[in-house]
Write a protein that binds this ligand. Structure first.
Ligand code: PMP
Length: 369
């Protein structure tokens, strides 16, 4: 394990080493079948168990009420930017309210425009996505089909604290749709406050190629029928995500991760560790006398993706990233669209790895002041 990089990448991100070892151990012969999980039929009893375990473990971990179904889809979280309006809007005249707090909610809004009348309830781009205006200033439309927002903006490092935002949204009396791709399984969440939660797996829940959808049955019954089968939520639900060949290896890896989280102590334990990691890093940044800066409003700072700058100086940031590599610290550069630096602190990134990052940052500051 000493050779494993301290990977602060935003996704595909770091996976728990125990999960990789288990996958390695089972790779050639899955549970005595003489075949790898990748070579097993999705209709066989072994895969059936993998799928049912993954669903049950996710239900247990997030205390998902029985009125919700869990779907495993393909196409990435981006496919849902189209898939959701395709399923939930009667036609392209339906209005959908989007809360735009960063790149991903902006992409969802733009894609939504192809399928509905997309309305921006609030657009934080003029403020460079550094904060969120108070909800009293948001402009909801009269009768939206649903409201969509992104709980954690991976690129801009901005996250809604807890489930409180849903209190504002639920007063509108329409379904609440949430993109939780990059903070899924990082904190406890009250699923009953949402109608649809979706997440690409490649941060805290597995590897790219699978998207998890948690959807309320009442919403399932409202989905439109003339939606292509691969996107059709109610068909997927009726067929237990097995109407066509699902990404079996990906579901298997998600299953291993869910069991790993349970073994570690569940979501509460993930939340505890994630708070320690984020607090450690932000407080170091804030106490660096302006050498490191994080411009995100402290109320909305992401616990998963910590974005920061070094004196707004791209050359110094390049030097930082290069020297970090020599200390086994990788994937620390900000998204190409925003520059700067970003440390993603997903569940598999340990408190110890975060402390090592902070030690390196301290050393770098002393040498480059
Ligand atoms: N939403 C968020 C919050 C994301 O971080 C990402 C990917 N980083 C996406 C959506 C898009 O996911 P995908 O690449 O799986 O389509």
């Amino acid at each position: 394990q000493s050779q494993r990089a301290l990977n602060f990448g935003a996704g595909p991100g770091m996976l728990p080493v125990e999960v990789l070892e288990q996958a390695q151990k089972e790779l050639l012969n899955f549970k005595g079948t003489g075949k790898s999980i990748m070579e097993l039929s999705h209709r066989g009893k072994e895969f059936e168990t993998v799928l049912e375990d993954a669903k049950n473990d996710l239900r247990t971990l997030l205390t998902i009420p029985k009125e919700y179904d869990i779907l495993f889809l393909q196409g990435g979280a981006s496919s849902l930017f189209a898939g959701i309006p395709m399923n939930l809007c009667k036609d392209e005249n339906d209005v959908v309210d989007y809360i735009v707090t960063g790149s991903w909610s902006k992409s969802a809004f733009q894609e939504g425009k192809l399928y509905c009348k997309a309305n921006k309830v609030v657009d934080m781009e003029p403020q460079k996505f550094h904060t969120v205006l108070p909800a009293q200033e948001w402009k909801f439309s009269e009768h939206p089909a649903y409201i969509q927002y992104c709980d954690n903006e991976t690129i801009h490092g901005i996250e809604f604290p807890g489930d409180d935002i849903t209190s504002v949204l639920s007063s509108k009396g329409v379904p609440i749709v949430c993109d939780m791709s990059s903070n899924f399984l990082s904190r406890s969440v009250d699923i009953s406050r949402y109608d649809l939660v979706f997440a690409g797996a490649q941060k805290n829940a597995g590897i790219s190629g699978i998207t998890i959808v948690i959807i309320k049955n009442t919403l399932l019954s409202k989905t439109k029928s003339n939606v292509p089968s691969v996107f059709n939520f109610s068909k997927k639900s009726q067929m237990n995500s097995l109407d066509n060949t699902p990404p079996t290896f990906n579901i298997y890896v998600t299953g291993l991760i869910l069991k790993w989280i349970i073994k570690q102590g569940g979501i509460k334990e993930m939340e505890r560790r994630n708070k320690i990691k984020a607090d450690t890093l932000y407080s170091f940044i804030d106490n660096s006398n302006g050498f490191y800066t994080c411009k995100i409003d402290p109320k909305y700072r992401s616990k998963m993706n910590v974005v920061f700058r070094i004196k707004d100086n791209p050359e110094l940031e390049d030097k930082f990233a290069k020297e970090a590599e020599k200390h086994n610290i990788t994937d620390i550069k900000g998204h190409r669209s925003v520059g700067g630096l970003r440390a993603s602190l997903y569940n598999a990134v340990t408190i110890d790895a975060t402390n090592q990052l902070v030690s390196f940052m301290d050393k770098f500051m002393k040498e480059n002041q």
